[in-house]
Write a protein that binds this ligand. Structure first.
Ligand code: PLP
Length: 388
């Protein structure tokens, strides 16, 4: 399905438009030779196991490897009972929503949040309640207010879905102080936290604050991870970290009782890839590549944006988030930008309860540096054109 892959890669907009649409990894950076060797190793070492239904919790080899990774990267001492393999972070979130939320519950999300997670949560009969964030991440006082208001009107809250690190779409990272305040509030209020941490490994400067999962000692936190951003999204492989009873609940779901563990074959391939020592050097190469693109985008924006336009400065991940001055809207800029040959997503879909008209999400992950400069130049022209 090469055509479909190409269409996805370029995103919406007029044919041939330079796309700043999706938050995709760069296919040119996929470690093809190493993955192929890992497929061969799987064939040699794990036949026929890798082609059978696997244990509900996921491939034991990969569970061990993820425990080692968390210990090495973050000093987390996990046992395999605290890890669950999912068919990507999306499937992990889907399963969590199915099992943790009841019809009519509220699910709290950030404003803005990852638009496809909003779409996924909307598949369920839950009510989404949005809580704003600022440069330090989710505003915990606003969360407390919203939580109390929902409970006061008799609406149970199933969980908060948050992306504290290199957030999609804002690029913001929640400060260590906010994380601590959030965990304290969640523990006092008995609020489950679903921490989407898929960008943690893609850090371009400084260090990543401890996860909510770590700060809470695992208590009432479900942390999502993924190989989509660091290896390849087509592998459909991610994980959930949680306390053993929560992991057992995921593994005992009807889905996994029927299907067995998620994607056993690719789980073995990724386990063999990691076992051969490829993951760390590969992520180091990715970080260098994406850091250069992040720097190019920030440089291009500084050179081309008219006065009044502001943008975030992400320390990792894939996205810069741009805010237009009033009275401009992203949709009118989009029309002018598409007429000049670029496309991007305007802000509204990232807001579960409205807003976002003046925002533009700009991924820098899969557009190469010359195109980043060309694209931002066109964006600057489009903003000037509609400002007149
Ligand atoms: C915050 C966030 N979570 C989850 C995903 C999807 O992850 P996966 O491919 O593991 O389902 C994305 C992809 O854009 C994302 O940005």
């Amino acid at each position: 399905m090469v055509e479909q892959a190409t269409a996805l890669q370029t995103g919406g907009g007029p044919p041939g438009a330079l796309s700043f649409y999706y938050g995709h990894p760069d296919p040119a950076a996929f470690p093809l030779a190493e993955l192929r060797a890992a497929v061969d190793a799987t064939w040699q070492r794990h036949f026929p196991t890798a082609l059978l239904y696997g244990p509900e919790q996921g491939s034991p080899l990969l569970l061990d490897i993820l425990c080692q990774k968390m210990r090495h990267d973050e000093g987390l001492k996990l046992s395999p009972e605290q890890v669950f393999i999912a068919a990507g972070a999306s499937q992990g979130l889907d399963l969590i929503c199915r099992l943790w939320a009841r019809p009519g519950d509220a699910v709290l999300v950030e404003a803005p949040s990852y638009h496809e997670a909003i779409a996924l949560l909307r598949d369920y009969p839950v009510r989404l309640a949005a809580v704003p964030l600022d440069d330090e991440g989710l505003i915990v006082d606003a969360l407390a207010e919203r939580l109390h208001a929902l409970r006061a009107e008799g609406t149970p809250v199933a969980f908060l879905y948050t992306i504290p690190t290199f957030q999609n779409p804002s690029g913001v990272t929640m400060s260590a102080a906010r994380r601590q305040a959030l965990v304290t509030l969640a523990q006092t209020e008995k609020l489950w936290l679903v921490e989407d941490d898929v960008y943690r490994d893609l850090c371009y400067e400084g260090t990543v604050p401890p996860s909510l999962f770590e700060l809470a000692g695992g208590q009432s936190v479900l942390r999502l991870g993924s190989f989509s951003k660091t290896l390849a999204p087509g592998l459909r492989l991610g994980w959930v970290l949680a306390e053993p009873p929560a992991i057992a609940r995921l593994a005992d779901s009807g889905l996994h009782r029927s299907a067995g563990g998620a994607n056993p074959f690719t789980a073995y391939v990724v386990a063999e890839f990691c076992r051969a020592g490829h993951l760390e050097p590969h992520v180091a190469r990715l970080v260098a590549r994406y850091r250069a693109r992040r720097d190019a985008m920030l440089e291009a924006l500084a050179a081309t944006m008219p006065p009044g336009v502001t943008w975030t400065r992400p320390r990792g991940g894939f996205f810069v988030w741009l805010t237009l001055p009033e009275p401009l809207t992203a949709r009118e800029v989009l029309a002018a930008a598409e007429a000049r040959g670029i496309t991007f997503p305007p802000g509204e879909p990232f807001f579960a309860e409205g807003g976002g008209e003046r925002h533009i999400r700009l991924p820098f992950s899969y557009v190469d540096t010359p195109d980043i400069f060309r694209g931002m130049d066109i964006l600057g022209q489009a903003i000037r054109a509609v400002s007149r």
